[in-house]
Design a protein around this ligand. Structure first.
Ligand SMILES: O=c1ccn([C@H]2C[C@H](O)[C@@H](COP(=O)(O)OP(=O)(O)OP(=O)(O)O)O2)c(=O)[nH]1
Ligand SMILES: [Mg+2]
Length: 148
């Protein structure tokens, strides 16, 4: 698909997000900040990415996800756990950077902070019913099929 993108911070012009390998699912998002940002243990800050996208088609959404390395090694994940970008959103992509670790982390300007994944979406039309026809699972959940 073609994705319309607006460059809001001139530093992004020559480092637009790209798929790092032919099989990559995510586009890395950078921290468009002017100076290093210290995230104290358990602190979170909204970080601009310097770009806006317009998905346009309600059949798509974008998810902002943590980068595995930052999340696992440094505890830098997302304050909203996952960011959901609506197809009609045209504002700057923002990343809620949360330091869930007990060690301060310094985020450098233009560092790759999170990743954006475009996903297909189905908008459902709600159909109100009083009963569902029975299924094998029924209302069973939360481990009802047993362990292992
Ligand atoms: O990590 C995120 C999450 C959201 N957004 C933008 C795009 C999204 O389309 C919009 C609204 O997000 P969401 O619907 O999750 O937030 P809300 O708290 O429900 O706000 P709203 O009332 O504006 O829908 O904010 C971001 O830039 N980054
Ligand atoms: Mg919302």
């Amino acid at each position: 698909m073609k994705l319309d993108v607006k460059i809001l911070d001139p530093r992004m012009a020559d480092q637009l997000p790209h798929y790092a390998t032919p099989g990559s699912a995510g586009l890395d998002l950078r921290a468009c900040i002017d100076e290093p940002l210290v995230l104290a243990p358990n602190a979170w800050k909204l970080v601009p990415t310097g770009i806006a996208i317009w998905l346009k088609d309600p059949g798509y959404a974008a998810l902002i996800l943590p980068r595995s390395g930052l999340g696992h090694k440094h505890g830098i994940v997302l304050g909203n756990l996952v960011g959901l970008i609506d197809s009609d959103y045209q504002g700057q992509l923002m990343v809620s950077a949360w330091n869930r670790s007990d060690v301060a982390f310094t985020l450098q300007p233009m560092e790759r902070l999170a990743q954006l994944v475009i996903v297909p979406v189905v908008q459902a039309e709600l159909n109100v019913v009083t009963d569902f026809p029975p299924t094998e699972r029924g209302a069973g959940g939360y481990g009802s099929t047993g362990k292992g």
